[in-house]
Design a protein around this ligand. Structure first.
Ligand code: ATP
Ligand code: MG
Length: 361
């Protein structure tokens, strides 16, 4: 009997709504596998945690995460207006999300941009651009760079406000994420797009040096270096050329949201955040305050994150595959949440209905 402890961090906005569907699916997986049990531990995180306990990442949540075999996170964050009620250091991103990433050194963020042929009609791109469908793996460095660097705001001697933010990486940090990207590439199409901005940023110059060094250990993988701005263009014009793309933290944040755009919705972007000892899984999108509480959020990113957890943390590859197939079959049967449907093409369903149909499938 395998007993897996999973900490559930539902969070804010649509987080609790999509988490409910993830739990539905997990319970079904448990039911179907007599030798597997999931011990689910629901804990507070983000703004919800702040309002309840005064801390965005409370001690009890830290402990539950420490004890868990894997962490499943919903979404965090409030609308711009609502977030003014929370002090800067307890803001959900600063007070919860970045500390979670730091605590488990989850340096490798996997963001699949996956659009199989059967759901290609949701993409805003033309059919001839998508070709046989898209299957891109964006690998984003997640615990370094500008987001984690020193920050300072102040007023200079001329009375002008200024801001300073530091972008910092050391070679070990770069080497570990680049190595992951080569390993993944080796198991896929053996073409690695290295995304950089070395014509302007020194950090990219060092990054590219390390790519060249690591490449020597993976002679069967072809490296293609491409500037981040050009990559943004090609993601729209010719995304099918990409297989694995590797990049630093902020580039990855931006290009992976663009990945959601070319699929048709951020609701189609699951992700895995892998550390040396512990990994957590989350939708790539935020808490979508504009649709929170309406029961219409697309739970695909959340259920896809469950699939990634089953595969990457628990070695349940077949169950993960079943989940992907089940979700595609719901779309193929003509259903979708409102974020996806164009011109009334699909029958619109709720978050809960999507989860039910996935379980049925
Ligand atoms: P963050 O900074 O946390 O990444 P964001 O600014 O990128 O957040 P999101 O909250 O991720 O913003 O989403 C932007 C918009 O995309 C939302 O307002 C919502 O309309 C849509 N959206 C995101 N996720 C979903 C989803 N799962 N289902 C439906 N629509 C979604
Ligand atoms: Mg975003």
């Amino acid at each position: 009997m395998k007993n897996y402890k999973v900490a559930l961090l539902a969070g804010d906005g649509i987080g609790p709504e999509v988490m409910k569907e993830a739990v539905k699916v997990l319970k079904l997986v448990e039911e179907r596998n007599a030798d597997v049990a999931f011990e689910l531990n629901d804990v507070l995180f983000g703004a919800a945690a702040y309002f309840e306990t005064g801390k965005a990442f409370p001690e009890a949540t830290k402990q539950a995460c420490d004890e868990a075999d894997a962490i499943l996170k919903g979404t965090i964050g409030l609308s711009h207006e609502e977030s003014k009620k929370i002090p800067v250091d307890e803001q959900p991103e600063r007070g919860a999300l970045l500390p979670l990433r730091r605590r488990y050194n989850t340096y490798a963020n996997f963001r699949p941009v996956y659009l199989p042929k059967g759901v290609a009609h949701f993409s805003p791109l033309k059919a001839e651009v998508i070709g046989e469908g898209l299957d891109i793996m964006i690998i984003r460095e997640l615990v370094g760079g500008l987001y984690f660097g020193e920050k300072e705001t102040g007023v200079d001697e001329n009375g002008k406000r200024f801001v300073r933010e530091v972008l910092e990486y050391d070679e070990d940090q770069i080497r570990q994420i680049i190595t992951v990207a080569f390993e993944v590439s080796q198991k896929r199409k053996k073409v690695l797009h290295n995304i950089h901005k070395s014509n302007v940023l020194k950090s990219s110059v060092l990054w590219n040096e390390i790519v060249e060094e690591v490449a020597k250990d993976f002679p069967d993988v072809e490296v293609k270096n491409i500037l981040v701005d050009a990559a943004a263009t090609y993601l729209c014009l010719n995304p099918a050329q990409f297989d694995v793309m590797v990049m630093e933290n902020m580039f990855g944040d931006i290009l992976s949201d663009q990945g959601g755009g070319i699929l048709g919705s951020l609701g189609l972007m699951p992700s895995a955040c892998k550390g040396p000892e512990k990994s957590y899984y989350e939708p790539s999108h935020g808490s979508a305050p504009d649709i929170a509480g309406k029961g219409i959020a697309n739970p695909y990113s959340m259920i896809g994150s469950v699939a990634l957890m089953l595969e990457m943390s628990f070695g349940m590859e077949q169950e993960a595959k079943n989940l992907w197939n089940a979700m595609q079959s719901v779309f193929a049967a003509g259903y979708s949440t409102p974020d996806l449907s164009k011109d009334g093409e699909a029958e619109l369903i709720t978050t809960a209905k999507f989860g039910d149909l996935v379980c049925e499938a």
